[in-house]
Ligand binder design. Structure first.
Ligand SMILES: Cc1cc2nc3c(=O)[nH]c(=O)nc-3n(C[C@H](O)[C@H](O)[C@H](O)COP(=O)(O)OP(=O)(O)OC[C@H]3O[C@@H](n4cnc5c(N)ncnc54)[C@H](O)[C@@H]3O)c2cc1C
Length: 296
């Protein structure tokens, strides 16, 4: 049976190789090491516990940067992580001493209005996708907030406000361009590289670096959306109101996700913010529904 060689860190390999690797990029691509301007910012993640001191951070600006970085990491058996929106709280988009491929500069989104398709580069946030699609009255299934990366959210399955109507985010992926561990660029769809296309829609983030996703776009009308937070003592009233709203709901264009968080009483002192409130994310077709809940 083949055994994988142990993973190495940047400090374990020849510094001339590292230097040559850095010099192989053009000036628009930053390759950062500790001490370089922008390095500390590049390793920030949504969760503090996910911040790790990368050996090197490549801020890719084109497909070739991804290919080059993947090949370099593979050839040298380096610890390797891909980062998009940086929202993984388990630290899967960070590396302690290895290579981080930072996709955030690859965030272009374009819409084919006629075919109702959204082409989004693998470093975009869902806010980038929403903003571009909305210009044409379109939307796809993204997350509930706009600052999660499309990379991690899509490869993790993805659910959001439109899931009830259009399924998970992966149900709306119709194609992708991916760089596999050997540095090959592959187009994926129902007719090209079908097995890999199947894998990226539900098997996680380990099949390669996604350079671009193609999503189905759906017509989307304006809705009243947002978050309302209530003090805990309002819980019974709100549940009652939600039941009334559900019973009378005439449109599948309305939905909500209710988040109720209650920690053990002994933690109340530390968690008083989430202990004493609960909240829901909503989107309503009718303005009056919004005011109904707002005034409770
Ligand atoms: C505040 C908050 C709100 C959230 N809301 C929702 C929600 O409404 N719906 C939902 O489904 N999830 C939600 N999540 C979960 C979120 O989708 C996951 O944490 C997801 O992994 C974040 O993706 P990211 O690109 O921001 O994270 P990152 O930390 O950058 O990446 C996460 C994982 O994906 C990999 N990855 C990222 N981009 C690529 C790429 N282009 N190619 C290959 N691999 C890549 C990374 O290597 C890593 O393993 C939420 C998380 C937070 C913190």
């Amino acid at each position: 049976m083949n055994k994988y060689p142990p993973k190495k860190l940047i400090k374990d390999i020849d510094s001339t190789d590292v230097q040559n690797f850095k010099l192989s990029f053009n000036s628009s691509t930053n390759v950062l090491s500790e001490g370089d301007e922008g390095y500390e910012k590049s390793i920030i993640r949504w969760a503090d516990n996910a911040i790790k001191k990368a050996g090197i951070v490549v801020q890719a600006t084109c497909l070739d940067d991804i290919v080059k970085t993947v090949k370099f990491a593979s050839k040298n058996h380096l610890d390797f992580a891909v980062s998009c929106g940086g929202h993984s709280s388990s630290g899967t988009s960070s590396s302690e001493g290895g290579v981080v491929l930072d996709m955030r500069k690859l965030n272009k989104v374009r819409v084919d209005v006629e075919k109702k398709l959204i082409y989004a580069q693998g470093g975009a946030l869902f806010g980038d996708v929403d903003n571009e699609a909305w210009k044409y009255g379109l939307a796809t299934v993204g997350g509930i907030v706009d600052h999660t990366g499309i990379g991690g959210l899509t490869l993790g399955g993805g659910f959001g406000h439109l899931t009830g109507r259009h399924g998970l985010t992966i149900d709306n992926v119709v194609g992708a361009t991916i760089v596999t561990a050997d540095g090959e660029v592959k187009e994926l769809s129902e007719s090209k590289n079908k097995d890999l296309f199947w894998a990226i829609r539900g098997c996680g983030a380990n099949f390669g670096v996604v350079y671009e996703f193609i999503y189905k776009a759906h017509e989307q009308k304006e809705v009243f959306a947002g978050v309302i937070a209530y003090p805990a003592e309002k819980l019974d009233t709100i549940i009652e109101a939600i039941n009334i709203w559900l019973k009378n709901r005439r449109s599948e264009n309305e939905g909500m996700a209710v988040v109720i968080s209650r920690s053990p009483p002994e933690n109340k002192v530390f968690n008083h913010v989430i202990y004493d409130i609960f909240f829901f994310f909503f989107f309503f077709k009718k303005k009056k529904n919004f005011f109904f809940f707002l005034l409770l």
